[in-house]
Design a protein around this ligand. Structure first.
Ligand code: ASP
Length: 421
């Protein structure tokens, strides 16, 4: 049954997609350059094109809830399906959570040290009147993750409650009798495919959306230099955090817990990592990851077939770093003070939302729109990040995939498999 969920990715991404993804990248760059020129020279005409940005944001918001619901339900149902959360399922989930939490912690630490958003001139961006980071006690925040009424949660974008509900539904799908389990699982896989199709179309429209959003930002910007410096330092902070996680934390875990040779393994899967980097899609790199981790590093099919496809959708360390960093960056730019309690909330949010992120280019943007809305931070600020998103997407996707692969080595070793690394 869990093959369904994965078959979809195989079909979608093993074909001729690399070129298309690269083409989208160029389209976005061209849209960005045109938007800057338009914004500078045709300030008065901006109102005729800025609607494209609004529609783009509305479309992202339109699909986000069904997309994360179906992505999480079908993903978790697949993990549980292997012997009802048996040993392998628990180990896999444990690894995913540990690495994601470590990744976000590094990201948050760096963003707190560098403070890339502080002092950013955002006076020109229309910010919603009331920025309101809910100041509640930690225990209240945690209690509220459990929804009282799931439909109310959906209507009011109670993001964490929706994810909590999806995880519970996913787990319980594995507990119902076999016939219904197949029906439910097929239903959610189909639902997921439907919304993935829509997501991919919306992402294809990104150049127009980016054009509309950037035109507006540029036309209203008074201090361009400041914006470029702040964005640059945001970018470098994210890349450094991702590199620390990929080159220090993950190899250390592979060495200490897996008792394997991380850099030999890295060498074995380098084509996979390069594919992830250039396509910015974990799903596109999945088939190669399964092949190289099995053939070169010697992890059994049993483990690669189970951990890697699920990891591609559920385990996203680089994405989690990015989500946490974007939220902090935008909060800093708005002068919103994020204390320890708020940052723990961001950590939880980033862990859960990285699980719900689809394994395609720019997927985190879909999630970030809703997180910003929940925190009542201005979504318009996301426009600033869009031009650098693609480059960061390459780094975060390569790390997402590398973490999946290290996970399968560690789990294989813990099952006493003889590997080549
Ligand atoms: N592109 C990422 C991936 O496929 C997801 C994201 O962070 O946008 O892993």
């Amino acid at each position: 049954m869990h093959q369904k969920h994965n078959d979809y990715f195989y079909e979608q991404f093993t074909k001729d997609t690399t070129m298309k993804k690269l083409a989208l990248h160029w389209q976005i760059l061209i849209a960005f350059i045109f938007a800057v020129i338009f914004g500078i020279f045709l300030k008065e005409q901006v109102k005729y094109v800025s609607w494209m940005g609004d529609i783009f944001l509305r479309m992202l918001k339109m699909i986000v809830i069904p997309l994360i619901l179906s992505s999480i339900i079908s993903g978790i149902a697949n993990i549980g399906n292997e012997g009802n959360f048996g040993r392998l399922g628990l180990k896999t989930l444990g690894y995913y959570l540990t690495t994601t939490i470590l990744a976000i912690s590094i990201g948050l630490l760096l963003v707190n040290i560098v403070k890339p958003g502080v002092g950013m001139d955002i006076s020109s961006i229309s910010i919603g009147e009331n920025i309101n980071i809910q100041r509640q006690s930690m225990s209240d925040m945690l209690i509220q993750i459990v929804p009282q009424n799931i439909f109310k949660s959906m209507a009011s974008n109670e993001f964490l409650s929706i994810i909590f509900f999806a995880i519970v539904v996913g787990i319980f799908i594995t507990k119902v009798d076999q016939k219904n389990q197949t029906i439910l699982s097929d239903f959610f896989s189909a639902f997921f495919e439907l919304f993935m199709k829509m997501t991919m179309l919306i992402i294809k429209l990104a150049p127009f959306g980016i054009f509309g959003l950037i035109v507006e930002v540029v036309a209203e910007q008074n201090d361009f230099g400041n914006m470029v410096i702040k964005l640059g330092s945001f970018m470098i902070t994210v890349i450094v955090a991702i590199l620390i996680h990929a080159l220090i934390t993950l190899p250390l875990l592979t060495r200490l817990i897996g008792k394997a040779k991380p850099f030999k393994h890295f060498n074995n899967v380098k084509t996979t990592i390069i594919t992830a980097f250039s396509t910015a899609s974990s799903a596109a790199a999945l088939p190669l990851n399964m092949k190289e981790t099995h053939e070169k590093s010697g992890v059994s099919h049993k483990i690669t077939n189970f951990t890697l496809p699920i990891g591609a959708t559920v385990n996203m360390d680089g994405t989690a770093i990015y989500i946490a960093a974007v939220v902090m960056f935008i909060a800093q730019a708005n002068g919103v003070d994020m204390g320890l309690k708020e940052q723990i909330m961001i950590l939880i949010t980033a862990v859960l939302s990285s699980i719900g992120t689809a394994a395609v280019p720019m997927a985190s943007l879909v999630i970030i729109t809703i997180i910003l809305e929940v925190l009542q931070l201005p979504i318009e600020l996301m426009a600033l990040i869009l031009p650098v998103d693609r480059i960061l997407d390459m780094f975060r996707t390569a790390t997402n995939v590398w973490s999946d692969s290290c996970g399968s080595v560690i789990i294989a070793k813990s099952e006493n498999e003889q590997l080549n690394v």
